[in-house]
Design a protein around this ligand. Structure first.
Ligand code: MLT
Length: 254
């Protein structure tokens, strides 16, 4: 598994979303390298990490990340997952709670896919395999960012397109099919004993902030922040607000 290990201090495992890789965390690594130890993997089948299983289950990704923590001799980390990374973070928390110092759930949800979403996953996988990611990248990138971000920051749109275009089709198909298999983890939220920070963009149309509000209601120690001016990729669109919340959360855990 390819990963970056940058900075010192409290370990922060940054789990990217779909169909992305470690590159989506650029605005966090730049700001946080002085604050903590950032571990930033490419999940199996994405970025530069080889495909490990097909479909790529959230539990399989979680096991690979626990194995990476073992290799790096990290006992406990703050587990921060974006969107699909959030599904993996919830699976990780369920399987290896003793390895979690705190949980950050960004632009994500605890519910499973419904029948319609499962069918859409199969179509996404077929399209990735049939057409390749370069052709799909412009359409997929534009829904991750708000209309205002696309207009004011074309360089950000180009960066996201480039990240998507470089993903291997087989890995994208495997992750798409894996997401369709994930269970509803809403009932488990009440059993989480560590602090949880939930971050969402107010203009996210892919996973609306209502999903974050629904998760927050179940947590005994949860803080929800809805960030203005951000869509799905709120960490890239509003890095200052996003990083401020993350640093505050890390300071509390340290
Ligand atoms: C992601 O950003 O990881 C995806 O939008 C998650 C999903 O498709 O459910």
């Amino acid at each position: 598994m390819r990963y970056d290990d940058i900075g010192t201090g409290i370990p922060l495992l940054l789990i990217h979303g779909f169909p992305l890789d470690h590159g989506m965390w650029r605005p966090q690594v730049e700001a946080l390298r002085e604050e903590c130890r950032c571990i930033i993997p490419d999940l199996h089948g994405l970025g530069a990490s080889p495909l490990a299983e097909y479909p790529a289950t959230m539990e399989g990704f979680a096991l690979a990340l626990k194995t990476l923590m073992d290799k790096l001799e990290i006992d406990q980390a703050v587990i921060c997952g974006f969107s699909m990374g959030g599904y993996i973070a919830l699976a990780f928390q369920e399987l290896y709670p003793e390895r979690v110092k705190g949980l950050v759930l960004c632009s994500t949800r605890s519910v499973a896919d419904d029948g319609h979403a499962k069918l859409a996953r199969a179509t996404t996988a077929e399209n990735a395999l049939a057409r390749g990611m370069a052709g799909l990248a412009p359409g997929m990138a534009s829904v991750l960012l708000s209309a205002k971000t696309r207009k004011d920051h074309p360089e950000l749109l180009a960066e996201v397109e480039e990240i998507i275009a470089r993903q291997p089709s087989a890995g994208v198909a495997a992750a798409s099919k894996g997401m369709a298999l994930r269970p509803d983890r809403t009932d488990r939220l009440a059993r989480i004993e560590v602090p949880v920070l939930i971050l969402a963009g107010d203009a996210d149309s892919l996973i609306p902030p209502a999903q974050s509000e629904a998760m927050a209601k179940h947590l005994s120690d949860g803080r929800l922040v809805v960030i203005p001016g951000g869509a799905h990729l709120v960490n890239m669109e509003q890095p200052t607000a996003f990083n401020t919340e993350l640093v505050r959360f890390l300071a509390r855990l340290n």
